[in-house]
Design a protein around this ligand. Structure first.
Ligand SMILES: [Zn+2]
Length: 659
């Protein structure tokens, strides 16, 4: 999690640094007051971003402010629900940047279609509303100045009413600058306005790590770059409808290219269809947005609001249809694994292309951008420093199991896929982001048993990462998630294997040997826990024993049939530390030095059992729990064992074995 936040914050930094560069550049070009102001703000923003809010300075101010905005937003959300009915989830996302009601498969669809930035209220929406308001005031025969002022005030009210989400705030700040420059008839570089708009983190530093905010900064940057490219190099070559279409196409291609590194980093995807889908979806949203806004504005007059909501329904339907259609085009999106290094090269390439677009001499920055891209493509192929280590990652998935093995060549095996719940699963929210961030391929999935807290995220992971094999104890248990995982495996052409004692997988020097369940043993069993897949993982002389949710009867079976093979330095404790597992005899046979417990904080089962913890303590075993430590990494070169958790690393002490 720390790495993730660091990554997001990294992008916030890029936004701030880019803004500062622009401010400096426009100052050099003699854009006077605005750019000087932008530079001062840049320096302040850097300080603000580098020191996260502690809340110690003015706690009461901070909390009142959040509460007030929170209340305002909650009230807007309620009136959206009342007014829009079935369209409410989409209307919530588009109007108040609240995506909580958007189901995960819908979000996936928008990411694949390259339209996800439209869901996270890109600043564009605010600009659309401001333009519509200005038009409205002009139609009402107000003077130019009064229309501009009126439009700005209504937009500011809108941003306040929706609880001031960062992208909207950024956009409003930028619009304010642009409108002020028009009212006072002082020409301002759009880049300076953009730079000022990008300094929202100054007021609320956490904004820098908000993805919607980052997308909106980058999106607006792309719009400016596209406009500049168009004026400098392309406008004179086309006219009429060709010019209009050409400009839109250039804009959406550049917007997609500039946001691609961020989208790949956060969503693990690059949408190839994005330029086309954006071209089609943009006018639909441009039409829908002002109507949505009006409906929210007149919410107190229910019948008028409902009428507007019905009027906008076909547009929302069309928007969703475009996303669905674009996402279902074969090859619409590719799944990518970004590491920090490749993301940095991608971001640098994007910056170089923006400079190329807005520069009079585009050749050099374009070449720089291309060489960044080339380096980015080569980086993953460069062999690592030759560190021969394997890792086991016990992911924090709450109450459930998800364990990853990583070989020294960066290939992965997943044991169990965490729980699922009504609106999502651990595959989507934990495992995929975790894997995509680290790169490398998933070679196999091993399921311990078909309970939802172990198989919940399996279908999602199988579908996204296509491992070669699915190993399963094949205990006939019919949870919905289990059936979904089997159907997905079949549809994706993933080979399904039944686990037999003695079967093994060899991968880059890591041996995985299955000790149970035996089909003769599972016949007549009622409880899937007792038919858990038992896997012994060996690298060098270091051994890990993974026992799923095995309880004492299966432990006894193991003692009877594999007593001599159970010894392992690291034990993934059975059944989340339940008292029905980890019998004294079993613990004595395994004789672990480190016990790992995957368990949800304050779970309703009371796992792990104090008796088990006491037994482990008495045996001198070091214990780590995911509810206390979060995700845990155990690393070994085949002899030494290093543990990484809670941001610290330490070596497994062998002294604990002294007695
Ligand atoms: Zn379980």
């Amino acid at each position: 999690m720390g790495g993730l936040i660091a990554g997001f914050a990294g992008y916030g930094w890029i936004c701030v640094a880019a803004s500062a560069t622009v401010a400096v550049a426009s100052a050099i070009r003699g854009r006077g007051t605005w750019s000087a102001l932008a530079m001062v703000t840049a320096a302040a923003a850097v300080i603000a971003v580098s020191s996260p809010p502690t809340g110690k300075t003015h706690p009461e101010v901070v909390s009142t402010r959040t509460d007030l905005l929170g209340r305002v937003r909650a009230r807007a959300a309620r009136s959206i629900d009342r007014t829009f009915g079935d369209d409410a989830p989409l209307a919530r996302a588009l109007l108040i940047a609240d995506q909580h009601q958007i189901p995960p498969e819908m979000r996936d669809r928008y990411a694949a279609a390259g339209l996800i930035h439209m869901l996270s209220i890109s600043g564009l929406h605010v600009a659309v509303i401001a333009a519509a308001m200005e038009l409205l005031f002009q139609v009402a025969r107000l003077s130019r100045r009064a229309s501009l002022l009126g439009a700005f005030i209504t937009t500011a009210i809108y941003v306040a009413v929706i609880g001031a989400p960062p992208p909207a705030l950024r956009s409003a700040a930028m619009l304010g600058v642009a409108m002020a420059s028009r009212i006072f008839q002082r020409p301002t570089s759009p880049w300076a306005a953009w730079a000022l708009g990008a300094f929202v983190p100054l007021a609320a530093p956490r904004t820098a790590i908000d993805v919607g905010y980052q997308l909106s900064v980058l999106g607006m940057c792309a719009l400016l770059a596209a406009g500049s490219l168009w004026r400098r190099h392309l406008a004179s070559r086309l006219d009429g409808w060709k010019a209009k279409l050409g400009r839109e196409l250039v804009t959406s291609v550049i917007a997609c290219a500039v946001t691609a590194p961020l989208v790949a980093w956060v969503f693990g995807r690059i949408s190839l269809i994005a330029p086309v889908s954006n071209l089609i979806a943009a006018p639909v949203i441009t039409l829908a947005q002002p109507v949505l806004f009006l409906a929210l504005l007149v919410a107190p007059f229910e019948s008028v609001a409902r009428f507007l909501a019905q009027a906008v329904h076909p547009l929302l339907f069309a928007f969703d249809w475009i996303a669905w259609r674009a996402a279902s085009v074969p090859g619409a999106a590719i799944t990518v694994s970004t590491t920090l290094v490749t993301a940095m090269f991608g971001a640098a390439a994007a910056v170089a292309f923006v400079i190329a677009c807005s520069s009079r001499f585009p050749t050099r920055p374009a070449i720089a951008g291309l060489s960044m891209l080339a380096t980015m493509a080569v980086v993953p192929v460069i062999p690592g420093g030759g560190a021969r280590e394997m890792e086991m990652h016990l992911l924090d998935v709450g109450q459930g199991d998800a364990i990853l093995l990583r070989t020294d060549r960066g290939r992965w095996v997943l044991f169990d896929a965490g729980p699922s719940w009504q609106s999502g699963d651990a595959g989507r929210s934990v495992i995929l982001p975790y894997l995509l961030r680290r790169g490398g391929s998933l070679e196999a999935f091993v399921l311990s048993h078909p309970h939802t807290d172990h198989v919940g995220g399996a279908a999602t992971v199988l579908k996204a990462l296509h491992p070669h094999a699915y190993w399963d104890a094949a205990f006939a248990g019919g949870s919905g998630s289990y059936i979904a995982s089997l159907t997905t495996a079949k549809a994706e052409g993933i080979e399904w294997h039944r686990v037999h004692p003695g079967d093994s997988i060899q991968l880059d020097g890591v041996g995985i040997r299955f000790l149970a369940p035996d089909s003769a043993w599972t016949v007549g069993l009622k409880d899937p826990n007792l038919a858990s897949t038992i896997a012994l993982v060996q690298y060098g002389v270091v051994r890990f024993l993974l026992v799923g949710d095995a309880e004492q009867p299966e432990e006894d079976w193991l003692l009877e049939h594999h007593r001599d093979e159970l010894r392992a330095q690291i034990l993934k404790v059975g059944h989340h530390g339940s008292s029905t597992s980890s019998s004294d005899a079993f613990l004595a046979a395994v004789h672990p030095e480190l016990a790992l417990i995957s368990v949800g904080a304050r779970n309703i089962y009371g796992h792990p059992s104090p008796d088990v913890l006491r037994a482990l303590a008495v045996a001198g075993v070091e214990v780590l729990r995911t509810d206390e430590a979060g995700s845990i990494i155990v690393r070994t070169d085949g002899t030494r064992v290093e543990i990484e958790a809670k941001g610290e690393k330490w070596e497994l002490s062998h002294d604990s074995l002294a007695h």
